[in-house]
Design a protein around this ligand. Sequence first.
Ligand code: ADP
Ligand code: MG
Ligand code: ZN
Length: 611
Amino acid sequence: MKEVKRPRKQLITYVLLVVLAMLLINLFLTPAIMNRKVRKVDYSTFLEMVEEKNVDGVEIDASGDTIYFTDRATPANYYQTASMNDPDLVNRLLASGCTFTRVVEKQSLLTNFLFSWVLPLAFFWGVGALLSRVLMKRMGGAGAGSGNPMLSFGKSNAKVYVPSTTSIKFKDVAGEEEAKQLLEELVHYLHDPKQYADIGATCPKGALLVGPPGTGKTLLAKAVAGEANVPFFSIAGSEFVEMFVGMGASKVRDLFEQAEKNAPCIVFIDEIDTIGKKRDSAGAISGNDEREQTLNQLLTEMDGFDGGKGVIILAATNRPDILDPALLRPGRFDRRIPVELPDLEGRIAILKVHAKKIKCASNIDFRAIATTAAGASGAELANIVNEAALRAVREGRKFVTQEDLQESIEVVIAGYQKKSRVLSEREKRIVAYHEIGHAMVAAYQTNSAPVQKITIIPRTNGALGYTLQVDEGEKFLMSKDEILNKIATLTGGRCAEELAFNSITTGASNDIEQATRLARAMITKYGMDDSFGMVQMETTSNIYLGGDSSLSCAPETAKRIDDLVVDVVRKQHDKAGMILMQHREKLDELAQYLFVHETITGDEFMRILNQ
Ligand code: ADP
Ligand code: MG
Ligand code: ZN
């Protein structure tokens, strides 16, 4: 997409036109006589010719300074002479019997006016305007009003884009088929608003893109503009928040004015939650007067908007729960378009879109990468591809390999590999047993996911080692057995430490946290405990912020839940201990192998396990 540069071009054409007009006026409005070939003679010659009755058609010009005349014998000859203070001239001319007159040039008034007033003014105005544009450009402004900060108060600094061949299209947004389908209707409407008007349908005025950060909401909005081929006004919610009260509201007004002029077009308000937060009625003197005014103005503008004009308002947020309900009322953002984290196929597609922009080896297995990067957002996947390219450059290669991608997943998701942070021998051995414990418990339980990679190289995020477990395919449903197995796997690390060293360390804190959460959710959310059955005892709000859960049950029930959680985790802990005890030699062998190699793949692990 290119930013519009129209005003400047317009100006140049305008100046050219003025110059052309000047030339034309000059040509047509000068007295006809001036364009003829004129012979200059002195006054005495003129008088002589008058005496000899050789003169005809005498014209004295308006100022009385110049006399034009023709030869009576050959009228094609024009003469000019300067007039003298000659009171007898009229009598002499009468005597010679020629026609004579004084020319009163009516058009000269007009020409005079044009030349001495209008043109200079227009010229200076033109030069002035041109200069100010150039200056504003220098100062970094993009358009009218934005160059001088003092002049731009109250103007929306929405960037205007016109579609060009490089614009973003739906095909640049991988996955997100549902969202794309919903947006397609809006595109169709922008293509042909009349078709909708004819049947009497009003198209939705606005649509709200809702989803976690980095899922491509901004990208989708741009794609709608690209597909519909209409101007795209984009502004972030935070840009409305101004230094002075009332400025934000005035910006909103300005934005909608611009939009209406440019219809059909799209107005995109990114991160609308910054201005669209719930207005609180409590407290008469609130510190958020400015934001509330801005929000009120936005609501007013959306209501006063004629839906048939072909202006569509898109907005994006990752906090739909904190939006003012007034914004979500029908007639405003009445459409909600969920933009979710990509599933496996979606992740593969996103990786492929971004891999097209870099040089890759021909044998890249995108499915493997996408499988490992479970839970990554579109932005994170884009980042993974870029990190891989950076790594390839660091290693002095000309293209990106599978290993680069695999490695950059860990960079993006698990933090940079940090070889400099050294563990003591004993610490390293403990971590090796801990990780192998996880992996073995996972592997010996039939339903558990296979292990992909085990490492004891510390990460910057604080983990001393980790066992990367991958679910085969996407799991939308987890059975009770699978959850129990997962809890057992999580306790496996601590179990291995107990077996091998007969002591326990702090290394299991994250495992404990996860295991507890799973066990609690089994009981309070998934109805997997027989004594409670299908009763929900926990309500979750704020699904995009990790879920603030609150218990909704009697205190005695809460106590019973706690007891049950302890019970579940302990049973799985015991199960994991049994598994590891039965395969004690394998545990020692694998831990030693990991201790030496630091990182082993899932395949290596399985090979040793099955020997
Ligand atoms: P959001 O606005 O939802 O936070 P963005 O639209 O800003 O996310 O996405 C950030 C970047 O992530 C995009 O510029 C793009 O490179 C990448 N991205 C996200 N989702 C997708 C997708 N579905 N297809 C391709 N690229 C994506
Ligand atoms: Mg965004
Ligand atoms: Zn662990």
